[in-house]
Design a binder for this molecule. Structure first.
Ligand code: GCU
Length: 427
């Protein structure tokens, strides 16, 4: 008995040391253990002044919130650079998708420090004059996102993945179409929309290494990584979405006033940040975006700020790490990120079993952006209780939670297309 007690004590001590060493709390999936917290009011300034009009919002509160998210969360882009040139590498009618025109465009960015190019795949409905477009980054290359064999394979660094036949960090034809179930190409085309996508690793490989990708084009002499308030990878990918938009504005077959930026998971966080910064995006969809996306950080449910910044130290800016395991000190929360979109339409979506991304926190992120949208007279989520599974709510702020786990499914796309028709493209 005594011996047993000794072992138990040793175990508890070891666990304590482990938690202290890695400086993290255990992941919480218990609603009763969500800490009580005060959610910052998007309509009260950091100094405590109340915001009562669109003018005050635009002139006072929005800039201070945007500054905070820029300097302390995602990091600022250290300079201004737009698309330098574009080149149509290939175009034709798809043999796989019906009534679909395919275009592959090399978009180049250039300054005195160097040049970076990425390839945008654009699929458009054949008989439309100017189509609204869903634009989003993909995880494993354009050729993995769709089943069209004409799609060019990226030469950028890729994360190895046995299931997708990726080894040696090289993308090959073996992964053609492996992620195509995530992109409802035919439904998108049949509904009269286009789809534009590019491989996020062409903007910045998703690893904690700032020597590759776009960051180095902006370094001052002797600089090897972004400063504490400068961009991490999420801000870099978001910036890439804006460069894709530079091209979409030039593409005659695209209605550039109706580009909806879309993203799943880390790329959902990315889509939100892109849309907040670039008002050319008509709307945004954040699918299962979780921590650093739509989910409220102060709930500390599922993935937390500290856990994310430890596993993916390159995503946010260095300053953001001050709030690791210290969400209580964060003077903002993610509902305020969403409110920076107002009054442009925003769709937040969750999956019931994706507890890591905190579905309830995602809902509340969207719900508590409501007061700012209401200033503009926009329709918001009416209820503080999240809707039941498969009961989408489609207003200017929209939300659904579906059955299943972390993924993008046909159900999700059905909702996005319907909402895009009704809310984003209604005029
Ligand atoms: C990890 C990470 C999440 C992220 C997800 C993804 O699970 O912890 O923050 O959203 O990867 O991008 O798939």
């Amino acid at each position: 008995m005594k011996k047993n007690r000794k072992w138990i004590l040793a175990g508890v001590l070891a666990l304590l040391c482990y938690s202290l060493c890695i400086g993290q709390r255990a992941v919480n999936y218990d609603e009763t253990k969500v800490p009580s917290f005060i959610l910052p009011n998007p309509l009260v300034t950091f100094e405590g002044a109340t915001i009562a009009s669109i003018r005050q919002w635009e002139n006072v509160r929005k800039p201070e919130l945007l500054r905070f998210f820029t300097e302390q969360v995602y990091g600022k882009v250290p300079g201004h650079l737009e698309m330098h040139t574009y080149k149509i590498l290939e175009q034709g009618e798809s043999r796989i998708y019906k009534n679909t025109l395919r275009q592959q465009v090399k978009i180049s960015i250039k300054n005195q420090s160097g040049e970076l190019s990425f390839t945008l795949l654009l699929l458009l409905p054949k008989n439309s004059r100017r189509a609204p477009v869903f634009l989003g980054c993909n995880f494993y290359g354009n050729h993995a996102a769709v089943s069209d064999p004409e799609v060019i394979i990226s030469r950028a660094w890729a994360k190895n993945n046995e299931a997708y036949h990726i080894s040696g960090n090289v993308l090959t034809a073996a992964s053609r179409g492996v992620r195509s179930e995530r992109w409802a190409v035919q439904q998108i085309i049949d509904a009269g929309f286009g789809l534009a996508t590019f491989y996020y690793g062409e903007i910045d490989p998703d690893k904690n290494d700032f020597s590759d990708g776009i960051h180095s084009l902006f370094y001052k002499n002797g600089q090897h990584r972004p400063l504490a308030n400068e961009w991490g990878s999420i801000a870099a990918w978001a910036w890439g979405l804006s460069r894709a938009m530079d091209y979409l504005q030039k593409a005659k077959a695209v209605d550039a006033s109706k580009v909806i930026v879309f993203g799943h998971s880390r790329l959902g966080k990315t889509a939100l940040w892109a849309a907040v910064n670039d008002t050319r995006f008509a709307a945004v969809i954040a699918n299962n975006s979780g921590c650093g996306g739509a989910a409220l950080s102060k709930r500390c449910f599922g993935e937390t700020w500290g856990v994310m910044n430890k596993s993916f130290p390159h995503w946010l800016c260095e300053n953001a790490k001050k709030f690791n395991n210290n969400e209580v000190k964060l003077p903002v929360d993610q509902h305020e990120l969403i409110s920076l979109m107002a009054p442009r339409p925003v769709y937040v979506a969750s999956a019931k079993d994706d507890r890591w991304a905190d579905p309830k926190g995602e809902y509340l992120g969207a719900y508590f952006a409501g007061p700012v949208y209401k200033l503009f007279g926009a329709a918001v989520l009416p209820d503080s209780t999240m809707p039941a599974v498969h009961r989408p709510v489609h207003h200017t702020i929209a939300y659904h939670v579906r059955e299943g786990g972390h993924n993008v499914t046909g159900y999700d796309w059905e909702q996005y297309i319907q909402w895009a028709k009704e809310v984003v493209c209604s005029d």
